[in-house]
Design a protein around this ligand. Structure first.
Ligand SMILES: [Cu+2]
Length: 360
């Protein structure tokens, strides 16, 4: 009897193995540099690039995989990387002076964690986040469920997938701040190297009491020094605003999964022409009751998974219905906008050929 039970267990394990697969170690290298990024052909912005791209590299793994990210800091500024929406060991969470020291110029640091929970998640720099996220330090972190019964692609029969990361930037502010910060840290770095110290040179306090005493003793808080503030002028999808956002081309009968991630500081309200869609997950977590909508609010730090099954052929506009989000430096159209091309069964999208207008 015992032997039969053992055999049944072994068979069960063998049956489950090919379905669930084995956890793997997935390795990534992030090389950080300061460079120029053309959001539009005539708008170049000083940026923080990871492997020379915005967004940075996409991490795509299966739940339970071990993720190893080697961060090489070739920039003069400090950084840490945070895994947004993941449940990682505390010392891998990437919050400077809360869970780790910043990664300084010339340093290499390796993060290691198990990918969980499944869903549409992302990563971003957590040092000077206002500047470093708008600078371009972010990327998708897609975790596929290990159990195929939890897989929304399988459930909805997804034939096409796109991930869109939304961010808003102020090029003039970003240029000024990155230049200023780079100069400051270069100076600090030189002084620190002479004294054989770490280069950040941040003033650190052990607790609130020490911070209060420092102010009583004449310490000047950085928040009273009046740094310039951003006034967001361009709204990007994967590093570019409309008209550089590539259209999503599909056909009647297809099922499209859009993974929207808002990494920026402004809310956006994406309105889809010509169809109703299903919101099937928020912040990577599957909804028990998907919502049928045609306008999708997406707030800072939020992710939403959308399922689209377009039925009417044509070129359909998808745009931010808070209209400032659909402008480039105040001019409509631009920003968070793209076209959804739906072909009929013969492959024809529309008799009307869309062109690009920038002067409406
Ligand atoms: Cu950074």
């Amino acid at each position: 009897m015992k032997k039969k039970l053992q055999l049944a267990l072994v068979l069960l394990v063998i049956l489950l193995l090919p379905v669930h697969g084995r956890a793997q170690v997935k390795r990534y290298t992030f090389r950080i540099s300061i460079g120029s990024w053309n959001i539009l052909p005539d708008v170049a912005v000083k940026s923080l690039l990871i492997n020379n791209q915005i967004p940075g590299p996409a991490i795509e793994v299966t739940e339970g995989d071990v993720v190893e990210v080697k961060v090489i800091n070739d920039s003069v500024l400090p950084h840490t990387i945070h895994w947004h929406g993941l449940e990682v060991p505390n010392d891998q969470d990437g919050v400077p002076y809360v869970t780790q020291d910043p990664i300084e110029q010339g340093e290499t640091y390796t993060y290691r964690f198990v990918a969980a929970p499944a869903g549409t998640r992302f990563w971003h720099c957590h040092w000077s986040t206002l500047l470093h996220i708008s600078g371009g330090m972010y990327g998708p972190l897609i975790i596929h469920p290990r159990d195929p019964r939890q897989d929304l692609n399988r459930k909805y029969g997804v034939t096409l997938e796109r991930t869109m990361m939304i961010d808003s930037i102020d090029p003039a502010w970003q240029d000024k701040m990155l230049t200023m910060m780079a100069k400051m840290h270069a100076k600090k770095g030189m002084a620190a190297r002479e004294e054989n110290h770490k280069s950040s040179g941040e003033r650190l306090f052990a607790d609130v009491g020490e911070y209060r005493r420092a102010i009583e003793d004449g310490y000047q808080s950085p928040y009273l020094q009046g740094l310039p503030k951003p006034s967001y002028k361009y709204h990007l999808i994967n590093g570019h605003p409309y008209p550089l956002v590539p259209p999503v081309k599909t056909r009647v009968g297809d099922t499209v999964r859009l993974r929207l991630i808002n990494v920026g500081n402004l809310p956006h309200y994406l309105h889809f022409h010509g169809l109703q869609l299903l919101v099937v997950a928020i912040d990577g977590n599957t909804l028990a009751n998907p919502r049928r909508v045609n306008t999708v609010p997406i707030f800072p730090g939020q992710a939403k998974d959308l399922i689209l099954q377009p039925q009417i052929p044509g070129w359909w506009a998808v745009h931010d219905h808070a209209e400032w989000g659909s402008t480039n430096n105040g001019h409509f159209p631009g920003g968070t906008m793209f076209l959804l091309g739906v072909a009929d069964r013969e492959g024809k999208i529309s008799a009307y050929i869309p062109r690009i207008s920038l002067t409406q």
